[in-house]
Design a protein around this ligand. Sequence first.
Ligand code: HEM
Length: 166
Amino acid sequence: MVQEQLESKGVTVTNDQARAVTHEYSDKIWMLHKYVGYGLCFLLLCRIVLEATQPGEEKIKTKIKNALTFQAKTDSEKEDRKIYLLAKRGYLLFYLVFLVMGLSGLVLAFEDVKFLDPIHKIMGDVHEIAQYGVYVYILAHLIGVVREEIGKYPGITSSMVHGKKK
Ligand code: HEM
């Protein structure tokens, strides 16, 4: 692309010269990814601290336990319980995948730290594979939200914004 663009302006550059330009752009993009990554790690840390410090009944652990011991009587209650558990367990899985993503990303980001050298390569592979878990979760989450929004729970998207419970 660089060669084509320059050629249309009457300048001819070699493959290596064009590659040097594209490399610079790709470095900048990865730099941006790194800083966004630090932000995401900070948000994940906040979520972990929140989980540890909020009152017992607000903890995800308690919510899952309560749902498991809840005696569903009607079919509708059973269905609700199933979906509730699926969503909460899905969050747990997402936090786990994101923890792996964050930790492996931090190892890649701190490439100058000598003692991380032996695990650098494997963490690169882990980071590359775990990304698909994030994509699958995002897709499943969106499908679930849209399904419930137009189905049994209209307004769940707006409750993400105002935070009120019905
Ligand atoms: C949704 C979360 C994330 C996704 C989907 C993602 C995706 C990716 C992908 C696809 C690569 C290229 C892997 C390769 O081809 O070798 C990469 C590299 C990298 N990621 Fe992430 N990442 C995420 C989170 C993070 C986080 C939280 C950090 C922490 C700082 C991070 C830091 C890095 C670094 C430093 C690299 C290497 C960049 C380079 O080659 O210069 N990433 N990431």
